[in-house]
Design a protein around this ligand. Structure first.
Ligand code: FE2
Length: 182
């Protein structure tokens, strides 16, 4: 499973060192019995393997709106899946991907309670797409989930044929929240 992601060797021993303090993440009200697995979506043409581990994707001197994304990684029975790896990539504030380096690309880990948190900037628009964040989620010993996250209420959503409302992040305080089910 881990080898399939072709991540740097260092990540395999780093699960225990994640120190995160996401705001208290209550289970969603609909998460009572069994919930649907998160929809899979194409990784698209701009995935780069071996993105470095980062606590924040924000670049020094970055423009654009800073955002915080939080959430949980859950099994279909709503139990948290600990220490999932999240590999993230998105366009910069101008709608451009860094296809030669790792700007706005990186991986991080959920904690032992399945909670994750990262900071970045609001992705810009590029032709044909609404704002979105690409992600691969890999809980230890489980199947890899590749999908995309969207911003609830974004005017571009309705014009994007790939967008799906099930993959919308919702506002939770100042953060955006999405819970993955794998
Ligand atoms: Fe994209």
């Amino acid at each position: 499973m881990k080898a399939a992601l072709a991540l740097p060797a260092g990540m395999l021993v780093s699960h225990q060192s994640v120190a995160q303090s996401p705001s208290s993440l209550a289970l969603t009200p609909e998460c009572r019995d069994k919930v649907e697995a998160t929809l899979r979506q194409t990784e698209g043409p701009f995935y780069s393997p071996r993105a470095p581990r980062k606590d924040s994707l924000v670049q020094q001197g970055a423009g654009g709106e800073r955002i915080t994304v939080i959430g949980l990684v859950l099994a279909p029975d709503c139990k948290p899946l600990p220490q999932a790896m999240l590999d993230l990539w998105h366009a910069d504030e101008k709608g451009e991907y860094d296809n030669s380096g790792f700007r706005y690309r990186g991986h991080l880990f959920a904690d032992a309670q399945g909670r994750f948190r990262f900071e970045t900037v609001m992705p810009g628009l590029y032709p044909g797409r609404t704002r979105h964040i690409h992600v691969k989620v890999q809980p230890p010993g489980k199947r890899l989930l590749t999908t995309q996250l969207y911003f609830v209420g974004d005017p571009g959503n309705a014009r994007d044929g790939i967008y799906r409302p099930e993959l919308q992040m919702k506002r939770e305080g100042v953060a955006w929240r999405f819970d993955f089910v794998i």
